[in-house]
Design a protein around this ligand. Structure first.
Ligand SMILES: [Zn+2]
Length: 400
C-alpha cells in the first residue's frame, strides 16, 4: 500500500514536471533522468534502489561465421591449439556489460576436420572465446546447423552445454525441445523468453531424431501461446531469415514480423542476409503493445570482405519495469567492423572493432586502405539506418 502511494506520488510529480506521461522509450528516459534528484529526496533509499534496479539490458549480435582463413588464423602452431580470444578483444567491455548477450552461432562445432564454407565446422575455441567475451546465449537455428549432419548438431549442443552457454534453436530430439525450446532469462523482477527459428537448412534434411526450429507460422504460433503460461514480461523471437546481400527486408520478412507481433511477440531480431537491415521501435498505446524489430544484424565476424558484408550491428535494448509494466526504455545500435589485419605467412588477425570508436584513429590501422574500408562501412551503414530506422539511434560511447 505504501508502495502504491509512493508510486502515485511519483507519477504526479512526473506529470506535473513534464506535462505528459508515457511509456515510449524517449519519454521515459527523459522522465527518469529529470527527476532522479527529486526521487532521491522524496522516496526512501530502498524504494529508489528498487526503481533503479528494475532494468534488464540485452545485447544482440549477428552472425558468427567461421570461414577457412579464420580457422587457419586462429591456429597456434606452437601449442597446436586454436584461440579466438583476440577476435573479440576490442569489444569485451561492450559485450560483457549487458545483463545478457545473445549471438547467432552460424557454424557447427562438429570437431575436426575443421572446415569453412560451404559446410562449416569450427574449433570449440570459437564458442569458448565468445563466452569469455560475454556471450550468454547462442541461437543455433540457422541454415548451417546441419552442415555436419546429426553428429555435428549433437556435438555443437554438447560443447555449448560443457561450456555452460545457454542455447536454443536446435535440439537432439523432441523431448529436449519440449524442455528447452523457450529460454527464460530473469533479472530483478523482469522475466523474458527467447525463441529461435530458421528459414531452412540449405536443403539438407534435418537428421532424425534431432529437431531444428524451422519457420512455420503454426508452430511458432503454438510456441508463443505456450510461452504465455510463464508470465513473461517480454517475448523475443530471433529469426534467421531474409534474402542474402539485400539491404532492405523483403515482403516475406515484413509479413512474418507483422504476423508474429499480432500473435504476441514483443521483440524480433533477425539475421542471415550478411548485410544489415533497418531497426524499428514501434511505440505502444493503450490498445497496442510496443514492438521492436531489427531485420538483420549483418555479419558479426566472417571472412567476407565485400562492401557492406565486412561488418555488422549490435542492438542494445534496455527493458525497465515500473508499476508492474515492463517497457523498452532504450534501444540503440553499435556498428561493428571486422579489421582483417595481416600477420605473417598469409595469416591474419580478425579484430571486431566498435567502428565509431575507431573512425578518427587512422594511425591505429597498419594499412590506410583498411581504415578507408571501415569508414566506407560506417558511411554506408549510417546512410541506410539514418534513413530507414524508426526511433533507433546509434549509441556512441564517449571517448575520454
Ligand atoms: Zn545464414
Amino acid at each position: 500500500m505504501r508502495k502504491i502511494i509512493y508510486l502515485n506520488f511519483l507519477l504526479l510529480i512526473l506529470l506535473t514536471t513534464t506535462g505528459k506521461l508515457g511509456f515510449s522509450q524517449t519519454d521515459t528516459t527523459v522522465l527518469i533522468y529529470d527527476t532522479t534528484d527529486y526521487i532521491n529526496n522524496m522516496i526512501p533509499t530502498s524504494k529508489v534502489d528498487s526503481l533503479k534496479k528494475n532494468t534488464m539490458s540485452l545485447l544482440f549480435i549477428g552472425d558468427i561465421m567461421g570461414h577457412g582463413p579464420q580457422i587457419r588464423s586462429a591456429y597456434d602452431a606452437k601449442t597446436k591449439t586454436y584461440d579466438y580470444d583476440t577476435v573479440f578483444s576490442y569489444l569485451k567491455n561492450i559485450m560483457s556489460e549487458p545483463d545478457f548477450t545473445i549471438a547467432n552461432l552460424e557454424v557447427t562445432l562438429a570437431g575436426p576436420v575443421y572446415k569453412g564454407y560451404p559446410q562449416f565446422s569450427s574449433p570449440d575455441a570459437l564458442a569458448e572465446a565468445g563466452k569469455n567475451a560475454g556471450i550468454d546465449l547462442f541461437v543455433t537455428a540457422n541454415n548451417h546447423c546441419v552442415d555436419r549432419r546429426l553428429q555435428g548438431l549433437n556435438r555443437t549442443i554438447d560443447v555449448l552445454d560443457t561450456l555452460h552457454i545457454l542455447h536454443t534453436g536446435t535440439f537432439k530430439n523432441k523431448e529436449a525441445r519440449d524442455i528447452s525450446n523457450l529460454i527464460i532469462l530473469e533479472k530483478d523482477s523482469i522475466k523474458i523468453g527467447i525463441l529461435n527459428y530458421t528459414y531452412g537448412t540449405n536443403g539438407i534434411p534435418v537428421p532424425k531424431p534431432s529437431v531444428v526450429n524451422v519457420i512455420d507460422t503454426a508452430v511458432i504460433h503454438a510456441d508463443i501461446d505456450s510461452s504465455k503460461k510463464n508470465s513473461l514480461d517480454k517475448l523475443i523471437i530471433v529469426l534467421h531469415f531474409g534474402s542474402e546481400y539485400q539491404s532492405h527486408p523483403n515482403k516475406a520478412q515484413t509479413d512474418l514480423v507483422s504476423y508474429l507481433f499480432e500473435k504476441g511477440a514483443d521483440i524480433i531480431i533477425g539475421s542471415h542476409p550478411h548485410v544489415i537491415q533497418k531497426m524499428m521501435y514501434l511505440p505502444g498505446n493503450d490498445s497496442i503493445k510496443e514492438h521492436f524489430v531489427a531485420y538483420s544484424l549483418g555479419n558479426f565476424v566472417s571472412n567476407q570482405r565485400k562492401t557492406r558484408t565486412d561488418g555488422g550491428v549490435m542492438t542494445r535494448i534496455v527493458l525497465k519495469k515500473e508499476n508492474d509494466k515492463t517497457f523498452i526504455d532504450t534501444s540503440n545500435y553499435i556498428l561493428t567492423w571486422v579489421y582483417k589485419k595481416p600477420r605473417t605467412n598469409g595469416l591474419y588477425y580478425y579484430f571486431i572493432l566498435p567502428a565509431a570508436e575507431y573512425e578518427n584513429k587512422k594511425s591505429f590501422f597498419k594499412n590506410p586502405t583498411d581504415y578507408e574500408k571501415m569508414k566506407l562501412y560506417i558511411k554506408n551503414s549510417r546512410t541506410l539506418l539514418n534513413k530507414e530506422n524508426l526511433k533507433v539511434t546509434e549509441f556512441i560511447k564517449s571517448v575520454n
